[in-house]
Design a protein around this ligand. Sequence first.
Ligand SMILES: Nc1ncnc2c1ncn2[C@@H]1O[C@H](COP(=O)(O)OP(=O)(O)OP(=O)(O)O)[C@@H](O)[C@H]1O
Ligand SMILES: [Mg+2]
Length: 333
Amino acid sequence: MLSLSDSALACASASLGLAPGRVSIRYARRVSLAPQDDSFPQLLSVQDLCISFSARPAVRGICFGIAPGETLGLVGESGSGKSATALALLRLLPPGATAGGSARLALSADTADGADDLLRLPEEAVRRHRGASIAMIFQEPMTALNPVMTVGRQIGEALLAHAPGRSLFVRGGISRRQLRERVLRAMREVALADPERRIDDYPHQFSGGQRQRIMIAMALINKPRLLIADEPTTALDVTVQAQILDLLRGLKREHHLSMLFISHDLAVVAQVADRLAVMRRGEIVEQGEARQVLTRPRHEYTRQLLASAATMNTARDRPLATMLPAASPRRVS
Ligand SMILES: Nc1ncnc2c1ncn2[C@@H]1O[C@H](COP(=O)(O)OP(=O)(O)OP(=O)(O)O)[C@@H](O)[C@H]1O
Ligand SMILES: [Mg+2]
């Protein structure tokens, strides 16, 4: 088993931007590790979530909570159950998969009265939540965008899907001009350049980073309370990744959004999360305030993740710490 010296850990933490005076993440306002703590209002409260695919367990009794305006970073190796968790919350698991436990979404932040269990709601009610109170963005925006529909139309459709009148020109609906204005505003909000000119372009005419901005615009146009972002920057190069993370941080602040930010990359999660939950083999092995988890990890697996985290400054040709041999033989010339 890998064991890290304090200095190696300090190095890993520093490389994540945690050196004094260079801290770049916002930390949680509370230190409580217990999501079931009813004294602190939670927007989402997940208890004992278990997921199986064809009776094979993938997620085993995990618990976490997300407070209003808070970002929980869900981090862990490939196959640890991060996406399955997100899909279960949205009731988008494939046929044959089962989910147990509870996932209560409190729509009114100050009381428990509006609490609903997403795992038990009727399908129709869940459909109303999706894209409205809960929105999701994925790793590869191209697969989520329709290649034969202009981006303006797609952003507009996202709005209309939850608009009271559900279509143009009907009672309670919105006019074509109003819709176009709303779409342009959404494009400006995610800093897409020249929206008046680009609104009628197709997805393939945009770069990967721009496509992710379009997805974010679609996700946020109905002002959701919770945004689930599953590896939203993994397909992007580091510069664009930094821009998207910056955008998400700003939008989250502005809209007081709660966010479940999923990534296998601790260095990425560290830049956005207030709290962190570390997953391994279907379980959460450690969770807590981001700073605490990153600087004083309690679980050996978190220490390994920290040691292997690539950062913005990591040279691409440098092997990650966990891939280094235990002792490199001295080169004899
Ligand atoms: N549709 C499916 N059918 C059967 N098993 C699945 C399915 N989707 C996921 N699994 C299994 O569930 C477990 C968790 O998968 P999941 O996709 O949640 O991992 P992940 O943490 O998101 O990994 P990654 O970082 O690679 O995206 C894995 O063992 C995976 O093989
Ligand atoms: Mg995944």
